[in-house]
Design a protein around this ligand. Structure first.
Ligand code: ADP
Ligand code: MG
Length: 507
């Protein structure tokens, strides 16, 4: 049969359909199918880009698209990630197999921690638990200003010691300046001063650039992911407004905010957001407070660094609620969101209550404050089963005629392997402060330690080394006991592990 014959048979009219009619399909379906295919192809080309965005958009409350600002933030973050990804590819191409490689790290947009979901950022925690700058046991500084004998005298001008001290002091530069951990580095005074000068001028320059338009330059102190979480709180109505930064410390940034509404509980009119810093450098020095805290021990070992930081916020929340139950004046916990803890503001009309170190009190009030602090330390130890572990005039606020305790993320139970040493340090700070402020009743550190703990460590001739040795021996005995029979030997320590820990809900 010839071809034209077939054509003549099947084709009745010259413009009729050539084959069997396709099933009817609406135009929108065709278009969305095309779009889906196109997206799939794009995803295949950039596999690593899709996950973080999905993580962001689908986190907790689902896609929150009511705020233009937030949308802009999300888009910016997505853009930054794509930029970084492209940069990484270019860096790889540029360096090839060369033994000497050039890092493009400084050109990246997203803070390095942002990618810490990936395995390459999983830090080996064994390596970071030791703080090379801090002695394991508290050391009394030599009063003479030098140590050693004869030819082996080491003074405070010793090159080696100075170098190490300078490296450690780099941490005190502005929070936005990344100094790295400086392990093993010894900076000469000259280099240290030059670096410091550079940081200050950078800070001034940055302030000049931002102060025209930015609501608060302090926002620069937190990373984009944190900023987004903060905006989400405003968007959800929990906060009315985030006003500005009260303090930028090494380990946290504290913001003042106006409270909004929550269904479950009232939100105070004024609140603070304590944002625990998510850069690993800052936090590795603090591991020993948490890794030996049995309440967090199991979870600590399993977590990646970013989640460990959330434990700090969680720890502060649990410790604050124990204190509240015991009637110790401290902030009320409002909300915990990842590494951001929202709590009531101690102060009035946006003015934070002054630290005890900054307030000038009359002799009578100062004595009252001392007795109150003594009582709070006892309540903390005996009722809350906690040692503050960073108690000083910096972490006590003076408000409404009394002392308020804050900053308890590092607080541990007395049976923590270093719990009593931490208590001794707290006692020394308190005792020294009140003695300097002329409170004649202020006990010596040794008597204060016994008064707070209820222990009867021999005071003898008030020799610190001997006293410390007794304390360390007690801790050691307790640890042996824990190994054999479980926790608890010190008197007045209750077995309450605090409120139940909530499971980690997302990512
Ligand atoms: P850090 O670990 O950085 O020292 P803190 O909890 O001590 O963190 O907070 C730093 C500073 O922020 C405090 O010294 C205090 O001035 C202020 N601050 C913290 N919490 C509150 C609060 N609830 N109310 C008012 N000011 C606060
Ligand atoms: Mg503090």
């Amino acid at each position: 049969m010839d071809q034209s014959g077939v054509a003549a048979q099947t084709q009745k009219s010259p413009w009729g359909p050539a084959g069997p009619a396709a099933p009817a399909c609406p135009l929108t379906e065709v278009m969305s199918e095309q779009l889906a295919r196109q997206l799939e192809e794009e995803n295949a080309a950039f596999p690593s880009l899709t996950d973080p965005a999905a993580d962001l958009l689908l986190a907790e409350d689902g896609a929150d698209t009511t705020s233009d600002l937030m949308l802009a933030q999300m888009l910016q973050m997505q853009f930054d990630r794509e930029f970084d990804d492209q940069l990484r590819r270019e860096e790889k191409k540029f360096n090839g197999d060369s033994k000497v490689s050039i890092s493009f790290e400084n050109y990246r947009m997203v803070h390095p921690y942002e990618d810490s979901d990936s395995s390459e950022d999983e830090v080996d925690w064994q390596d970071t638990r030791h703080d090379p700058y801090r002695a394991d046991k508290p050391q009394a500084a030599p009063r003479r200003g030098f140590s050693g004998k004869g030819k082996n005298i080491t003074t405070k001008h010793d090159e080696d010691a100075c170098g190490r001290k300078n490296t450690a002091r780099m941490d005190n530069f502005a929070p936005e300046v990344q100094v790295g951990d400086g392990l093993g580095l010894k900076l000469s005074n000259q280099v240290f001063n030059a670096l410091k000068q550079h940081c200050y001028s950078e800070q001034r320059r940055s302030a000049r650039l931002h102060d025209k338009k930015e609501h608060s330059t302090a926002e620069q102190a937190v990373d984009p992911r944190t900023r987004l979480l903060m905006y989400k709180m405003v968007n959800a109505g929990v906060l009315e407004n985030i006003n500005g930064c009260i303090s930028t410390g090494k380990e946290s940034v504290v913001f003042h905010a106006d409270g909004g509404r929550m269904e479950e509980q009232p939100v105070p009119e004024e609140v603070v957001l304590k944002v625990f810093k998510t850069t690993l450098n800052e936090f590795k020095n603090r591991d020993r407070y948490i890794k030996d805290d049995y309440r967090f021990k199991d979870r600590f070992s399993k977590l990646n660094p970013r989640k460990v930081i959330r434990l700090w916020a969680e720890k502060e929340m649990h410790n604050l609620s124990r204190m509240k139950k015991a009637g110790i004046p401290c902030p009320d916990v409002v909300l915990l969101k990842k590494h951001i803890l929202v709590m009531s503001f101690i102060g009035k009309q946006s003015v934070p209550a002054p630290k005890l170190k900054d307030v000038s009190l009359g002799a009578e009030e100062m004595t009252e404050a001392y007795h109150q602090v003594l009582q709070m330390m006892q309540q903390l130890y005996q009722d809350c089963n906690l040692v503050h572990a960073d108690l000083s005039e910096y972490n006590m606020l003076w408000h409404q005629g009394k002392v308020w305790l804050i900053d308890v993320s590092q607080s541990v139970e007395p049976t923590h392997p270093h719990g009593l040493e931490f208590l001794f340090r707290d006692c020394r700070n308190v005792s020294t402060f009140f003695q300097k402020r002329g409170v004649s009743e202020a006990m010596s550190v040794y008597h204060l330690f016994n008064a707070v703990s209820g222990l009867d460590v021999p005071v003898g001739a008030e020799d610190e080394a001997l006293f410390m040795a007794e304390i360390v021996a007690l801790e050691k005995r307790n640890e042996d006991h824990v190994q054999k029979r479980g926790r608890k030997t010190f008197p007045a320590a209750s077995e309450d592990g605090g409120p139940p820990l909530e499971p980690d809900s997302d990512d």
